[in-house]
Design a protein around this ligand. Structure first.
Ligand code: SF4
Length: 246
């Protein structure tokens, strides 16, 4: 019986520090270009689903990019004042070229667009965030696209939501699965260099230990007491440090 619910971002936060979770202090790094690229790819997948592989992508991509920049930059005056709109547009084009070279339209079919599958572990439903699922017609394999802002510093094999995505894939298909963790390569706001960062992990690399680790953490979440205090924390930049360590 499902007793608790948790989102992917909350689970990652709980895995990092239960106290931060208790303080409801989301610390995930938010970069406008990451938001824009995620938005763009999800819009593109929806377009592909609706229009198939014969659609005229050259015509629609500029509109998708324009709308993704608009959604990602909430402060429109700032992007105009700093000339960021043109730069952001160029960067999204560059990111998209990398994406389309990797996931060629004649080889990958979109099965589903942005999707929030739920996986139940113990008595907790975990809501996951998946950009899309593709089917490779040449290799007969399933490809799960997911955005992960911290993929360069955190190993997905031990990242709780990423492990949960692998176990979701096992309930979804019996075909071979590859999970692709997407990000951008440059975070500097004004850098002209820009490309896609991707880490692709075949499902078979997720080991049983990582599932046990996920189950253990979910049970910890279910039994977590708000009075638990973590001593001697070395995360000095923590936004809740004063409240936590007093
Ligand atoms: S100071 Fe450390 S233990 Fe306390 S909330 Fe922040 S990260 Fe967690």
């Amino acid at each position: 019986m499902i007793q608790r619910k948790i989102t992917e971002a909350e689970l990652r936060l709980f895995g990092f520090c239960p106290k931060l979770f208790e303080f409801n202090a989301m610390i995930e790094y938010k970069n406008e270009m990451q938001l824009a690229c995620k938005e763009m790819i999800e819009r593109f997948l929806i377009y592909q689903l609706r229009n198939g592989n014969n659609a005229s992508y050259d015509l629609v991509i500029p509109t998708i990019i324009k709308e993704s920049v608009r959604r990602a930059y909430s402060n429109h005056e700032e992007i105009e004042a700093n000339g960021l709109r043109d730069l952001a547009t160029k960067r999204l084009n560059s990111w998209f070229n990398d994406y389309i070279n990797k996931f060629r339209i004649n080889e990958y079919q979109v099965v589903i667009g942005p999707y929030n599958p739920k996986i139940v572990i113990s008595q907790t439903a975990i809501e996951l965030d998946v950009c899309g699922i593709l089917f490779n017609t040449k290799t007969n394999t399933i490809h799960i696209l997911t955005w992960f802002n911290e993929v360069k510093s955190i190993d997905p094999l031990w990242d709780l939501p990423s492990v949960a995505k692998y176990y979701f894939s096992q309930s979804y298909t019996d075909k071979e699965v590859v999970i692709h963790f997407l990000d951008i390569n440059h975070r500097n706001t004004y850098s002209k260099e820009f490309s896609m960062y991707i880490k692709s992990i075949p499902g078979k690399e997720f080991e049983e230990e990582s599932k046990l680790f996920l189950i253990e953490k979910v049970k910890e979440f279910e039994n977590y007491s708000n009075y638990y205090r973590i001593p001697y924390c070395i995360f000095y930049e923590c936004p809740k440090r004063k409240e936590c360590q007093k």
